[in-house]
Design a protein around this ligand. Structure first.
Ligand code: FES
Length: 415
């Protein structure tokens, strides 16, 4: 349970909010790599942390990211024409390069002070690991890119997607940390019956703070037997969760990127660190069986969404779970949305197995408050700390899972 004030601190991400300032200290995925197009192609409007930006690739193939508000009179630059080395505003044709410098000022005198004063606000943008990333924080202190294992494998070894989630980012993060869902997902990945009934095995959860966020151990069938089966997953600052490891070298994770306070863009990745993805796995992904929900045509909105009651056939409430949702993940996202766009955490009742959820909140809020006092999180300049993976371990009773040598070796990324 959180006070209403802490819930505000945790969830508000717009300009000049404490959590928004923290998020702005990290590189953030904004688009899939193939969405931004060829040189001089259509600029793209992106909403991130409650603000609009425009991303484009200039004539030389360089990426640019500008504040979407034209510095002249505020027209949206994503309506502009991307041509001959810059972006020309659709309103009165001022033209800017990727650094925001003015290239053309039609109808203004050649000695106009506007040539110096009228620059657009530019931000850092990169292509990395199959995604386009933005850094919209202080441009004189650019952080490291997070060196996730999936960013370092060949393109044919990973599958990336993005989809809108109609609630605050933290509900996505907390869904990714929820022990019951993690266990159900593990069962689904193992091809076992979905564990939503009486046969759900008992489990206990421990979460330990790390330099990147949290390492989370979910001990299955925790009835005192030795050794324990432990699913080791991670939460990585500020909004990344990892799914439990499966037995076929397939690993998965999600970035829950805040669009604004009440909506999120999820970037999901499935990858194999050793070899290319199989046709069978890709077919499962296309059918929505993993963590990549099927989308409405030409949209980032999920086919099963709030408006149709999560039943695109128009029969919400009557279909079985298996016929209604393609995966436990899709069900989990629906659960997150039905809590409301910003869940009131002052009304919740947490249990012992919500340890990871509580810890992640605490780490984020502490980092946001520390930043207010001038302390930038150390992790932003340690991209190598993101080289961890989920791992299914057996741990002797009495041994802390995060101190176990097998676990420490198993969570280290190989790539
Ligand atoms: S509003 Fe952009 S050039 Fe006038």
């Amino acid at each position: 349970m959180l006070s209403s004030e802490d819930n505000e601190l945790l969830t508000r991400v717009g300009p000049d909010t404490s959590m928004g300032n923290l998020m702005r200290r990290f590189w953030v995925p904004i688009l899939l790599g193939d969405e931004i197009g060829e040189p001089d192609s259509q600029p793209l409007r992106v909403k991130l942390l409650g603000e609009y930006f425009v991303a484009f690739r200039d004539t030389q193939g360089r990426l640019g990211l500008l504040d979407a508000r034209c510095p002249h009179r505020g027209a949206d630059l994503s309506f502009g024409l991307n041509e001959e080395g810059g972006l020309r505003c659709a309103q009165c044709a001022w033209k800017f390069d990727i650094e925001g410098n003015i290239l053309d000022l039609p109808m203004e005198p050649e000695d106009s002070p506007l040539w110096k004063q009228g620059a657009a606000t530019a931000f850092s943008i990169r292509e990395f690991g199959g995604l386009v990333w933005a850094y919209v924080g202080p441009q004189d202190d650019v952080p490291d890119l997070p060196e996730f294992e999936w960013t370092r494998v060949r393109a044919e070894q990973r599958y990336l997607s993005r989809f809108a989630v109609e609630c605050n980012y933290m509900q996505g993060v907390e869904g990714g940390l929820d022990a019951a869902r993690v266990n159900a997902l593990r069962q689904a990945l193992a091809g076992e019956p979905l564990g939503l009934g009486d046969d759900e095995p008992a489990h206990t959860v421990e979460a330990t703070a790390t330099d990147y966020g949290l390492i989370v151990g979910t001990a299955l069938d925790a009835d005192g037997k030795a050794p324990l089966d432990v699913q080791v997953t991670h939460w990585l600052m500020p909004f990344y969760t990892t799914a439990p490891a499966d037995e076929k070298d397939i690993l998965e994770g999600v970035a829950w990127v805040p669009i604004d306070d009440e909506s999120t863009m999820a970037f999901a990745v499935t990858y194999n660190p050793k070899r290319r993805l199989t046709q069978k796995l890709l077919a499962d992904i296309r059918r929505g069986k993993r963590i990549h929900p099927q989308l409405a045509e030409g949209s980032v909105r999920r086919k099963r969404n709030k408006d149709n009651g999560y039943a695109p056939d128009g029969k919400p409430g009557y279909a079985s779970f298996e016929s209604r949702f393609a995966s436990t993940f899709e069900l989990a996202v629906a659960c997150q949305e039905t809590m409301g766009t910003i869940v009131d955490r002052s009304q919740e009742t947490l249990g012992a197995n919500d340890a990871a959820v509580e810890s992640a909140r605490k780490v984020l809020m502490t980092a946001a408050v520390d930043l207010m006092e001038g302390t930038v999180p150390v992790i932003v300049h340690h991209g190598e700390a993101y080289r961890v993976r989920s791992y299914a371990a057996t741990v002797e009773q009495g041994t802390r899972f995060d101190q176990d040598e097998g676990v420490r070796a198993g969570i280290a990324a190989e790539v």
